[in-house]
Design a protein around this ligand. Structure first.
Ligand code: SF4
Length: 143
């Protein structure tokens, strides 16, 4: 199975993904990525635009607060990586492909719901939406 490339903060976004996003094209692409991870595709940490951003970079810049290349978005990635490293120690090894098993996703979600790994979310416009999904037990999420 072809590995999936994810940037740092998307290790959090896949946890709450319910099939909503910026545009239908974004949703179709992200749904494919999340389905691949769920099916067992390994995940490679990447810097900057990843497979969720793929093909969406310019549109994202126009309609979202997540310009893929902004320094603040790169900082968001670094913050997210630091916050998930306790549960995903292999994320620090750039040559390692990470498998997000159901057990790991569950552990990440427990930490997400408690706020333990949400430092990167603090300035995100989706923060309340994701908080509500976590409070709802992540029901209806795709991963
Ligand atoms: S609040 Fe933003 S960064 Fe955090 S998981 Fe949700 S969409 Fe991703």
């Amino acid at each position: 199975m072809v590995p999936v490339r994810l940037r740092g903060h998307h290790f959090l976004c896949v946890l709450t993904y319910r099939g909503y996003g910026y545009t239908p094209a974004f949703v179709a692409n992200m749904s494919r990525v999340v389905a691949a991870i769920k099916a067992g595709a390994a995940v490679e940490l990447t810097e900057g635009p990843d497979d969720i951003c793929n093909g969406f970079t310019s549109a994202c810049r126009e309609i979202s607060d997540h310009d893929c290349s902004l320094a603040s978005t790169m900082e968001m990635d670094r913050t997210a990586i630091a916050s998930v490293a306790r549960l995903l120690p292999d994320i620090a090894d750039k040559s390692s492909a990470i498998v997000l098993t159901a057990e790991r996703v569950e552990a990440l979600r427990v930490a997400f719901a408690s706020g333990d790994n949400r430092q990167a979310c603090k300035d995100c416009s989706w923060a309340e939406f994701c908080t509500a999904i976590a409070a709802d037990g992540f029901s209806g999420t795709k991963l």
